[in-house]
Design a protein around this ligand. Structure first.
Ligand code: E4P
Length: 215
């Protein structure tokens, strides 16, 4: 299982890397906008910071324009993955990139049917958004488990699942149990995973008791 940082912030990515939690990085236009500046420069710096895949989303939505932009993004660094929204033109572009050997992520997946199409188009990764489904009262984890079952039942579909829009440490546990290939999490969730009140209480008690004897 790989864990990616869902961020365009270099400090967050470096901090996660120190803990072995930056097997890759996912970005999107919203995350890039939070950093400000040039998308190309930000992606270049991230791609130098981590050795694993760096997912860079195209801003164009029409076939020829996606191809042009995706090829430009892929030139930024060898570890760039072209991230494409789930659209018919996006699927067509994923198929073309597959034939060119450029890795792709079909993103904004909200149904198992969309995941099947992305896998058949040759996407290297399919990217279901769990938290956004939960936000509208649907069951995001159910979607992830359906996609896992489909891919397990059809080993000819070689796409990997990246679970995105992760909101809680509980999501990380459930997704790990399901055998999801990649979990991309915001830095906040990765930090929350460290914490347990009994750990804090235990450390405090040991510090107190250590005052009662000499080393
Ligand atoms: C990752 O690839 C997605 O862009 C990201 O996880 C979306 O998360 P959000 O729903 O918290 O914006």
């Amino acid at each position: 299982m790989d864990i990616y940082v869902d961020s365009a912030n270099l400090k967050e990515i470096e901090a996660a890397k120190e803990l072995g939690l930056a097997d890759g990085v996912t970005t999107n236009p919203t995350l890039i906008a939070k950093e400000g500046g040039s998308m190309r420069e930000i992606l270049g710096k991230i791609a130098k910071t981590v050795s694993g895949p760096v997912h860079a989303e195209v801003l164009n939505l029409e076939y020829a324009a996606i191809l042009k932009e995706g090829r430009e993004l892929a030139k930024i660094a060898d570890n760039i993955v072209v991230k494409i929204p789930m659209l018919r033109d996006g699927l067509r572009a994923a198929k073309a990139f597959y034939e060119e050997g450029i890795p792709t992520n079909i993103t904004l997946i909200f149904s198992p049917a969309q995941a099947i199409l992305a896998a058949k188009a040759g996407a290297t990764y399919v990217c279901p958004f769990l938290g956004r489904l939960d936000d509208i009262g649907h069951d995001g984890l159910l979607l992830l488990s359906q996609i896992r079952s489909i891919l397990d039942a059809n080993p000819d579909l070689e796409t990997k699942i990246i679970a995105a829009s992760i909101r809680t440490p509980g999501h990380m546990i459930e997704l790990s149990q399901m055998g999801i290939d990649i979990l991309t999490a915001p830095s906040k969730v990765l930090q929350q995973m460290e914490k347990h009140p009994l750990t804090d209480q235990g450390i405090a008690a040991f510090i107190e008791d250590a005052k009662k004897f000499s080393a």
